[in-house]
Write a protein of this length. Structure first.
Length: 98
């Protein structure tokens, strides 16, 4: 069964196809709904046909929902923290994980 996730980006152009680290929220019903994970994943703009392909919804910082979902294949779950300074931009910290 395919799972659905959501991620938040500053600009849709910041998101690229291929492998990258990003925070995702699980949209599956139940007690784990909205759990946030830091993952390394393979992203694609096309709809997923593979057994490991899940749906990724994309929202802007202000909550605008991009009309077309992407495909996400989670490669690994990373530790729930990102190295950096408390005042550092979290998106800049994520770029260091690549």
């Amino acid at each position: 069964m395919k799972r659905e996730y959501v991620t938040f980006v500053r600009k849709i152009s910041d998101l690229a196809e291929g492998r990258q680290a990003l925070f995702i929220k699980d949209l599956s019903p139940g007690p784990r709904k909205y759990d946030t994970k830091l993952v390394r994943a393979e992203l694609a703009r096309r709809s997923g046909e593979g057994p490991d392909d899940n749906v990724l919804w994309i929202r802007s910082e202000t909550g605008y929902l991009h009309p077309q979902p992407w495909t996400i294949r989670i490669l690994e779950e990373l530790p729930p923290h990102v190295a950096g300074q408390p005042w550092q931009d979290v998106f800049a910290s994520l770029k260091q994980l690549k």
